[in-house]
Design a binder for this molecule. Structure first.
Ligand SMILES: [Zn+2]
Ligand SMILES: [Zn+2]
Ligand SMILES: [Zn+2]
Ligand SMILES: [Zn+2]
Ligand SMILES: [Zn+2]
Ligand SMILES: [Zn+2]
Ligand SMILES: [Zn+2]
Length: 1768
């Protein structure tokens, strides 16, 4: 970049050509003070220095830039304080009283807290410090993670009902806000005032500078240089990638550079991407525009700015933050600043300074806006009085700001309009704004204006609209909600007037929605284009809260309520009249029924347009209820005379809407597509229903309370288009029409039930708010037990997002805790079942069916009557009391009788069971009402209910009709109604009861007793009958159960998918049966040496899961294979931070390091197949899936992955099953051998053999001792071998203790062994498969050792016994792994194995004096043991004969190898794990501790006293015993699975006692382990000497290196805090070192090692093998060898990763008090660590089931496969 001349001319030179040395700040300031015009003085200074401040685009010398800033700012500070700034600030600090408010501004991701008990509204939040110090931490709080920008409300008395301030801010809050400005030092206030005004004006001038403008006079540079910047601006349209790409092309810069530009553009909103001459900048501008311009997107915004302008603008930004800093420090300066920026300049007609900048907000770039908003927050919003003044400015310009925001393309959180939440949610402020500044009207008018473009003929209509703009417009509705949140405690006339103005405007808005977007039924063909319906419903959701709050406001003042009602009624009537003008030509139609008649205009929902949106009607209904509740309804006549109240017209539209819903249910509108189905669903959905469905019902109830019931019902019948169905005798019609009609009748009956029965609205029925919630909860729980969140979601929320659930839940339900997965649920207490109403109006059809089944089932189980009669509803308010008269009116009687009549004549199809059910329900409701009146002591003559009479009278109105009662009797024998029988009986009993009451209240009640008695007897009979039925049912159930289980058996046998049973079956008859026969009681249970127990050949019979055939596994038969999964694992790693090194082509896996950095694990689901069956299956899978899209598969074909055909576990190879061989020692031979073959003799034989083999090999020494190439060693070795070779007898001496011929494996088994070995090799080393590689057997042994170690680890962790606690599948696969590893000596080349053995043995060959062997600190001895034991038989191989050691030889080989390894391990433990011991310790002097001390003394000698002090023997013994324990357990497992010798009983007993002794017994060790050293002193001493003199041992003892200690500490997941908010805070405090911004990050915590990473963020991406991958994926490569488990902090979920392609999310192990997890922190309840679930995660890791879990979740949830896991 060509900024050479600029930096050249900078501070070092003479600024602006002014002569002489630079003036000191004091001098300068003095000159300002002396000057006439302060402003021009300062401008002169800025003019000189600001251009030296380079724009942030340049790479040049940030230090100088900084210096310039300092120079400028310091001068200003000098002026402000009149002394050194440091002193000035210090004085301010002193005089400043603590702040009133906390005001901490939240960073993205920071935890915020709100109190559900005390916050005025949910936007009131606390920061973590304040929260911890507040009373609310013991309340019902909610936590959230902030998106940044808001601030802490601590100290704001208006934000909290109680506890407004924490302990830290208590003091400030109690102080009245004082005039702090007057307390400032002399002169400061005046200077501050002048300075702030000048600075702020300068800021405004600079920030809203436009290209066509010159710089202000005082700032124009003397000469205009040709130095320009090409500045790129941010927008929300172009993607990150697109901008990077475009910049690379147009600027010709590197990707990294383009990336940094783009990041900064996104963060700051603009960025100078080029500096140069005007012409070159113009060229670049054109390039950028050309490249980014496309058909789909407008080009990026680029501007060319003169360098001095850019400098001034950057400085202005800097000044904004400087001001923030200055005013935050001092209340006095803050007040002065507020005064300055809010003060209207007297002579100017311009708005005040703050408003000028505010109005330019939408034109500013992001960085400028952020700085400005921050200044607002820390100045204007911190002072109550100035907040008020600012609020007035805000509301004055409200409309303009919103209009500009809608056109703006920046996010809302960088718009000044977002400050509304800070202003409008302050209750007094909101009221003040409404009362004095018409806020309500202004906001609503803004909404109307914003929506004006969607207006069609005076109604809202959303046809083609931009989703983005619409959501911007909806923000205004939130503001409306905010100002209404608090009802006024006191009304003034002024408030009334202004509220009423606002209300009228609101009605205007509602009017544009009344009857909007009407629909017409499609007949014939299907609707072509689905109409847009979402926008209207989206607005309705926001309106719901506002509507209910407006109603609350109205209800709080009688005068307002009546006035509002009047206005609403007026507008609604006007609306309906407008609509009905269209129907003016229609004839009045008169309908007659039962002697009643009604005249109305014909209207058919099925033919004419109908709208779902009726907000005006619904508002009126809402207000009516409030009138009823408050009693103000009595005064209604004065406002709305009843003559004007045309109730039929008012109810008509809501009724049409309800009929529409009924017709949709009847499938009459199916040609109108999904849009209507969705709308019908939303209409009744909890988010909408309160201000839609519920209010329509109320409107009908209002009508019913005012109309004659017969007229009302006839109206309904007519609108339902069912009048003729009940007024004429049925005419046969086609099936579809009958079906439709039947559904409509059902819906009509349901509607009548609702209108009469639903009284759970305060004001309609005598209920309280909690009763309403209670009833909702009961009905939800009647469907099924539910978790808290589901309940909360199914209940309507108020404006504070509260449902009131907590108030009632404990009363009605009991909590059932969750298990390891799933969630806690609430179960309804049985005593609340009686409140169940089958026709509860908020049930969807499916819920109703489910609840009905559930309740009937329950009743059946308790052997009670299955009837589900209506519960007794609460009484109506007096306003509504007339509604009940519907129940006894003639028309209803006719309807009911007709339905029953048709059911009795069951031949017809004009009825349905549901219809009868509802009819019965209605009859019961009617009788209940009558009963209530009779019992309620109402005077006989006042009982207006005569249902009983009407229902029992024959042919009341219809001629010759039967009475309802007699029809009911007949109904009992209708076979189709069996399910309703109990209900029919119940209804009949109700009749009886009412009859009795009537008789009682009538003068002659003599029959009462008699009837009572009969009633009792019938009840007894009933009981007996029921008992009989119950017994019969029980028998029947048993029979069914028997049948079912028989069927199930068949099913299992024929169906492989029910695998669990299938595997149990063969397991029982196969695996172990034969082994026991040999094991006799005397068997000592020794696995090694001369006392080794005998074993028989194992007999394994398995069933192939694919062909279901049974087969015995034999070495010479076709192979049976286990589905297996081989994976690299760091689950046991003790060096998580270091990179994995034992990988790739040039790695030597011979020796495992004791830190177990990365091992190879073999797992299996335990499912067995024939090798041939599996091959066929695998080929089929490959063929069928190869063509499918790769992304769909949860497994990777290329690496041989497949899913187990039975359990769908992920597998990548198969493992052959091989039975154990029989072992039996001839006791006589054994004794003989034991006498001759001592350890030293054995070792001698071995050495001779090795050297002999070595020499006999013509290829030379290198092969055997590749590490010994130095000539000196070579010659020594040659000498030794030469002498030995002379003696061929000695060379073969090892064979003399017994040999036998090796086992032969069938071709199929060998094939499978090779296949598996190659898989282990390929996965374990991450190399290309090569079955001839010499490392194949090494990897097989390592995999075997590692798998055993991890199993031992799990058993220990879970406190399980060593033997007998493994699940069958693990047992079987561990057997197979062992036999597989052992078989390597047969399958692989013996020479290769000999070569490995030689190198392995070098650890124990003392006289070879090898310099370059491994230090014993760097060997994992269990791995070494496994390799040695399995490789050892190769020593017996002779070129001409294939031999292997006999059982006796084996026993001794194993014994001595084990002893050697054990001794080495003991030394290792003594050297490494005893360093920080106490010097003196009490303890009894046992034999063991004595020997321990002796050995230790020896080690001290050999290490030349590097082991400094001498710990107590007892302590040493303890160290060794603990340290070696895991090794012994692993060894016991190893030898057991290798040889099959049953272990001593203690090892399968659940007690820690005697374990050590039993292990020693089994492994043929002396319990005093040190005896080994004493016994074999001759051999051990030189070994000890060599081990101890090793250089790494020396450097360890000197403290120069670290090493693993024994026993190895078990790996655990990172400890997590109990309270989730702790993690949230840790997360928000974390600062990524690779990124400079504060932006919201998706932080992820590695649960293995605790590393914190920026997931999915460009800052922490890494390039691996030329590919960009996300931080988590990159971290997992080393930390988990590709597997990862991360806690995503802000989302509260755990991310499981496997490589670049696979991953899944599972909930974090945190539960709220309701036993539920909160993925994505949607609910925000306090979360606590659930240790069981945490443990479960840990096990997932330690048991190597992460991969399995991922595959399973991907298989279940296809969606996540679409995610690009590589980016995480
Ligand atoms: Zn705070
Ligand atoms: Zn506080
Ligand atoms: Zn609280
Ligand atoms: Zn098979
Ligand atoms: Zn399986
Ligand atoms: Zn990690
Ligand atoms: Zn980062």
């Amino acid at each position: 970049m060509a900024d050479g001349e600029l930096s050249g001319a900078s501070l070092g030179g003479e600024p602006g050509g002014r002569g002489g040395p630079e003036p000191e700040p004091e001098q300068l300031v003095r000159s300002w003070q002396e000057g006439v015009d302060l402003c021009s003085g300062i401008y002169q200074h800025l003019k000189e220095y600001v251009p030296l401040v380079l724009c942030s685009g340049s790479e040049a010398k940030p230090a100088e830039e900084n210096l310039a800033y300092q120079k400028l700012l310091q001068t200003l500070e000098w002026y402000l304080f009149g002394e050194t700034p440091a002193d000035g600030f210090a004085k301010l600090e002193q005089s400043n009283s603590s702040s009133q408010l906390c005001g901490r501004v939240f960073k993205g991701g920071e935890a915020t807290y709100s109190c559900r008990d005390c916050a005025i509204d949910p936007t009131c939040v606390l920061c973590v410090d304040c929260f911890q110090n507040s009373v609310h931490k013991n309340h019902r709080y909610k936590m959230n993670s902030s998106y940044g920008g808001g601030f802490c409300d601590c100290g704001d008395v208006e934000a909290w009902k109680t506890g407004p301030a924490c302990k830290m801010h208590e003091h400030g809050a109690s102080e009245d806000s004082v005039n702090s400005a007057s307390q400032l030092p002399v002169g400061l206030a005046e200077r501050a005032q002048q300075l702030f005004a000048i600075i702020f004006r300068y800021i405004i001038d600079m920030l809203i500078w436009t290209e066509d403008k010159e710089l202000p006079l005082g700032l124009q540079p003397r000469e205009k240089t040709d130095s320009y910047f090409c500045v790129l601006f941010n927008d929300e349209q172009h993607s990150f990638e697109h901008v990077i790409h475009s910049l690379q092309r147009s600027l010709g810069c590197s990707q990294r550079e383009a990336q940094s530009h783009t990041t900064l553009i996104d963060r700051e909103g603009r960025r100078a991407v080029k500096h140069g001459t005007l012409q070159s900048c113009q060229e670049t501008k054109l390039d950028v525009i050309n490249i980014t311009n496309s058909v789909f997107q407008s080009p990026l915004r680029v501007e060319i700015l003169h360098s001095s302008v850019v400098s001034h603008q950057n400085f202005a930004l800097r000044l904004l933050s400087w001001l923030s800093q200055v005013v935050s420090n001092s209340a006095g300066l803050r007040q002065i600043f507020c005064e300055v920026v809010l003060n209207q300049e007297p002579e100017s007609d311009q708005p005040c300074l703050s408003s000028r900048l505010m109005l330019a907000d939408a034109k500013l770039w992001k960085g400028a806006r952020k700085a400005f908003h921050e200044l607002i927050v820390c100045s204007l919003l911190m002072e109550t009085e100035y907040k008020r003044l600012f609020a007035i400015e805000f509301i004055t310009h409200y409309k303009q700001l919103q209009l500009e925001f809608v056109e703006d393309d920046h996010d809302r959180n960088v718009s000044v309009t977002a400050q509304s939440v800070q202003i409008f949610t302050v209750p007094t402020l909101a009221r003040h704004l409404i009362e004095e500044h018409d806020a309500l009207k202004i906001i609503i008018e803004t909404i109307i204006e914003l929506f004006s473009e969607h207006m069609d003929n005076g109604k809202l209509h959303f046809q083609s609209y931009s989703q983005d703009k619409l959501s911007r417009k909806q923000m205004v509705l939130y503001d409306l909600k905010y100002v209404l949140i608090c009802k006024p405690p006191l009304w003034t006339d002024k408030l009334r007037a202004h509220f009423f103005e606002g209300f009228k405007t609101f009605l205007k808005l509602l009017k544009t929605m009344q009857n909007m977007e009407p629909m017409s039924r499609q007949i014939g063909q299907h609707l072509e284009i689905e109409p847009e319906w979402e926008p209207a419903f989206a607005i309705q959701v926001l309106l719901k809260c506002i509507l209910s709050m407006i109603q609350e406001w109205c209800a709080s003042d009688e005068q307002v309520l009546l006035q509002a009602y009047k206005e609403c009624h007026r507008l609604l009537s006007q609306c309906t009249n407008e609509c009905s003008q269209r129907d003016a030509r229609k004839q009045l139609n008169t309908l007659n029924m039962c002697g009643h008649s009604i005249s109305l205009k014909r209207y058919l929902v099925s033919r004419e347009p109908v709208s779902i949106h009726l907000p005006l009607s619904r508002l009126l209904a809402g207000l009516h209820v409030h009138l009823s509740k408050s009693g103000a309804i009595d005064k209604l006549e004065e406002y709305v005379p009843s003559s004007e109240f045309q109730v039929e017209k008012l109810m008509d539209y809501p009724l049409r809407c309800l009929v529409l819903m009924a017709q949709v249910s009847a499938d009459m509108w199916r040609r109108n597509g999904f849009s209507l189905v969705n709308q019908a669903f939303c209409y009744r959905k909890v988010k909408w229903r309160e201000e839609m469905f519920d209010k329509d019902i109320i409107m009908l109830q209002i009508a019913a309370s005012m109309m004659d019931p017969n007229r009302f019902l006839m109206f309904l019948l007519s609108r339902f288009e069912l009048f003729e169905v009940f007024s004429k005798s049925p005419v046969p019609r086609n099936k579809d029409v009958i079906q439709q009609t039947n559904v409509l009748v059902e819906e009509l009956l349901h509607l009548i039930i609702i209108v009469v029965g639903e009284r759970y609205v305060p004001g309609v029925g005598h209920v309280k708010k909690d009763d309403v919630t209670l009833r909702e909860v009961i009905h939800l729980l009647c469907i099924e037990p539910m978790p808290h969140s589901e309940l909360a979601q199914s209940l309507p929320e108020n404006e504070s997002n509260e449902t009131g659930l907590e108030n009632v839940i404990h009363q009605v339900a009991t909590f059932k805790k969750p298990g390891l997965s799933g969630h806690g649920v609430y179960e309804l207490k049985p005593e609340y079942l009686k409140h169940f109403n089958l026709f509860f109006y908020h049930y969807y059809k499916s819920q109703q069916t489910k609840a009905e089944d559930e309740q009937k089932k329950r009743k059946k189980q308790s052997n009670s009557n299955e009837a589900l009669p209506p519960p007794l509803p609460p009484p109506f308010y007096s306003t509504f009391v007339k509604v009940t008269s519907i129940l006894s009116c003639d028309v209803l009687m006719l309807i009911l009788r007709t339905v029953l009549q048709r059911a009795v004549d069951s031949t017809g199809r004009l009825w349905s069971e549901a219809m009868v059910q509802k009819t019965l329900h209605l009859i019961c409701m009617a009788l209940q009402e009558e009963q209530r009146q009779l019992e309620g002591g109402v005077a006989e003559e006042d009982v207006n209910f005569d249902v009983y009479l009407k229902a029992t009278r024959v042919g009341s109105s219809a001629v010759n009709a039967e009475s309802i009662l007699s029809l009911l009797e007949k109904l009992r024998s209708v076979p189709q109604l069996d399910a309703q029988k109990d209900m029919i009986i119940w209804t009949l009993q109700m009749f009886e009861a009412v009859k009795k009451l009537r008789e009682k209240s009538s003068p002659c009640s003599a029959t009462e007793a008699a009837s009572q008695k009969t009633n009792e007897t019938t009840q007894d009979e009933d009981k007996a009958e029921r008992k009989r039925k119950a017994e019969a049912a029980k028998l029947y159930r048993q029979k069914i159960m028997a049948q079912m289980s028989a069927m199930q058996k068949n099913f299992i046998e024929s169906n492989k998918h029910l695998y669990e049973k299938a595997t149990e079956a063969p397991k029982q008859e196969t695996v172990r049966t034969e082994v026991d026969s040999i094991t006799n009681a005397e068997d000592p249970g020794v696995a090694l040496g001369p006392m080794q127990g005998a074993t028989a050949a194992e007999k394994i019979i398995l069933i192939c899961i694919l062909c279901q055939e049974e087969q015995e596994v034999k070495t010479d038969e076709m192979a049976m294979v286990l589905a297996a999964c081989v994976q690299r694992s760091t689950a046991l790693s003790k060096r998580r931070s270091r990179t994995i090194t034992n990988l790739g082509d040039d790695c030597d896996p011979l020796i495992m390091h004791p830190d177990l950095g990365c091992g190879t694990h073999v797992g299996s689901c335990g499912h067995v197949m024939h090798a041939s069956c599996w091959q066929k299956y695998f080929e089929a899978v490959q063929n069928s899936t190869r063509n499918r899209l790769h992304a769909e598969l949860p497994f990777d074909l290329e690496t041989g992955e497949f899913l187990c055909p039975l359990c769908k576990a992920l597998c990548n190879t198969v493992l052959p099953v091989i039975p154990q061989q029989a072992h039996n020692l001839d006791s006589k031979d054994t004794e003989t051998v034991a006498q001759i073959l001592t350890l030293s003799r054995w070792l001698q034989n071995v050495v001779t053999r090795i050297i002999g083999l070595n020499a006999s090999d013509s290829k030379g020494l290198q092969l055997f001792f590749p590490e010994m190439t130095s000539s000196e060693n070579e010659s020594k070795l040659m000498q030794a071998s030469a002498t030995s070779w002379k003696d061929a007898v000695e060379f073969r001496s090892i064979l003399s203790f017994g040999v036998q011929s090796p086992i032969k494996y069938s071709k199929s088994i060998v094939e499978m062994l090779q296949l598996f070995a190659t898989a282990v090799f390929r996965v374990g080393l991450k190399v290309a498969p090569n079955e001839a590689d010499s490392r194949v057997p090494l990897m097989a042994w390592n995999a075997c050792a590692f798998t055993i170690q991890s199993i031992e680890n799990i058993l220990n962790d879970e406190d399980k016994v060593l033997f007998g606690s493994l699940p069958d599948r693990q047992d079987l696969s561990l057997r197979a792994v062992l036999q597989f590893a052992a078989s390597q000596r047969v399958v692989a080349s013996p020479k290769v194995i000999q070569k490995h053995l030689t190198r392995l043995m070098s650890v124990f060959l003392p006289h070879l004096n090898v310099e370059d062997t491994w230090s014993i600190l760097d060997i994992d001895f269990f791995h070494l043991l496994v390799s040695l034991v399995l490789a050892f038989p190769s020593l017996y191989w002779e070129e001409t004969v294939e031999l292997q050691p006999s059982d006796i030889s084996c026993a001794f080989n194993n014994l001595y190898l084990f002893h050697l390894v054990t001794m080495a391990h003991i030394v290792q433990i003594l050297l490494t794990s005893t360093t920080d011991c106490p010097m003196e310790q009490d303890g009894e002097e046992s034999e063991e501790s004595q020997s321990a001390a002796e050995l230790y003394e020896m080690l001290r000698e050999y290490t030349s006293r590097s082991l400094e002090y001498k710990p107590h023997g007892c302590y040493l013994w303890n160290c060794v015993k603990c340290g070696i324990f895991p090794f012994l357990r692993c060894s016991a497992l190893f030898f057991n699975y290798l040889l099959g010798v049953p272990p001593p009983e203690e090892l399968s007993k659940d007690s820690s006692e005697g374990q050590f002794e039993a292990l020693c017994l089994y492994l043929a060790l002396p319990t005093n382990l040190f005896k080994l050293f004493q016994e074999h002193k001759d051999i051990v001493s030189p070994l000890l000497q060599r081990w101890c003199s090793d250089s790494s041992v020396q450097s360890f003892l000197k403290g120069e290196r670290t090493t693993v200690q024994y026993p190895r500490e078990r790996n655990q997941l990172m400890e997590l805090p109990e309270d989730y908010s702790c993690i949230l805070n840790q997360g928000s405090q974390y600062k990524c070192s690779r990124s400079s911004d504060d932006e919201t990050k998706n932080l992820a915590l590695c649960m293995f090692c605790g590393a914190m990473l920026c997931s999915e963020s460009p800052c922490c991406r890494e390039e691996v093998n030329g590919e960009e991958i996300g931080a988590c994926v990159a971290h997992a490569i080393n930390c988990g060898s590709g597997l990862g488990m991360f806690l995503r902090i802000r989302e509260c979920q755990v991310l499981l990763l496997a490589g670049k392609k696979r991953g899944c999310f599972i909930p974090a192990p945190y539960l709220d008090d309701y036993g539920e997890t909160d993925q994505l922190l949607r609910r925000g309840n306090p979360l606590h660590l659930c240790t069981e679930r945490y443990k479960k995660l840990e096990r997932l890791w330690q048991q190597h089931r992460i991969l399995e879990e991922i595959t399973r979740s991907q298989d279940m949830n296809q969606v996540v496969i679409g995610l690009d896991w590589q980016q995480f």
